[in-house]
Design a protein around this ligand. Structure first.
Ligand code: 5GP
Length: 213
């Protein structure tokens, strides 16, 4: 009898999640909730040339560095992707991703649409999730409430948010963050579903599959 065709089972079973959103959409809060509830998801800590905000620590939110150092590292090909966002450079460490990938871990990248495009070219199976605010007013209120930006910076961030949101169609999933518990449920559903894909299950439960099939 002919063997049924199979979807390719890759070497590692880890997934790569890309989460993008305009500032103020609630991305950081959702990511924090995800990481707290799921130690199997590893967050990539990007490198940036922007100055640390109050409460941010080197190596936790970002690896903060100078523009000269960033560009030198970019030139050496140390970033999986990098982009200029709001006048500053941001990049994802290539060596960190290689190690995590090799270990089969689930990895989460919190990056902008330009970075997402570059990553998708290298990892076409990456799962893109875009978070939208329920309205521009909510976005503005959240940015003001955060208290980290001046009025003119908020204006710039709203403009940048509109630019970012124009790329929502390049992502696989969209979450409208009007209600945090609901948005969290939705993002968790996406992650749960990705882990139930055939290739992942086949690899994670190799013994069960050979016993059953
Ligand atoms: P913030 O300065 O508010 O932390 O981040 C500003 C923007 O930079 C956000 O849209 C965030 O997703 C993006 N960003 C953070 N890290 C990276 C990165 O490594 N690569 C790219 N392309 N964007 C990033």
């Amino acid at each position: 009898m002919e063997k049924p065709s199979e979807k390719c089972v890759t070497e590692t079973s880890g997934h790569l999640y890309i989460i993008s959103a305009p500032s103020g959409a609630g991305k950081t809060t959702l990511v924090r909730m995800l990481l707290e509830g799921d130690p199997n998801i590893h967050l990539s800590v990007s490198c940036t040339t922007r100055a640390p905000r109050k409460g941010e620590a080197y190596g936790r939110e970002y690896c903060f560095t100078s523009e000269a150092d960033f560009l030198e590292r970019a030139g050496r090909g140390e970033f999986l992707e990098w982009a200029k966002v709001h006048k500053h450079y941001y990049g994802t460490s290539k060596s960190w991703i290689d190690i995590e990938n090799g270990a089969g871990h689930d990895v989460l990248l919190e990056i902008d649409w330009q970075g997402a495009r570059q990553v998708r070219k290298i990892f076409p199976d990456a799962i893109g999730i875009f978070i939208l605010p329920p309205s521009i007013e909510t976005l503005r209120e959240r940015l003001i409430g955060r208290g980290t930006d001046t009025e003119s910076e908020i204006g710039l961030r709203i403009e940048a948010a509109r630019d970012e949101m124009r790329h929502v169609g390049e992502f696989d999933y969209v979450i409208i963050n009007a209600d945090l518990p609901r948005a969290f449920r939705e993002i968790s559903t996406i992650i749960d579903a990705s882990r139930l894909q055939y290739a992942t299950q086949r690899q994670r439960h190799a013994r069960l599959f050979s016993a059953l099939l």
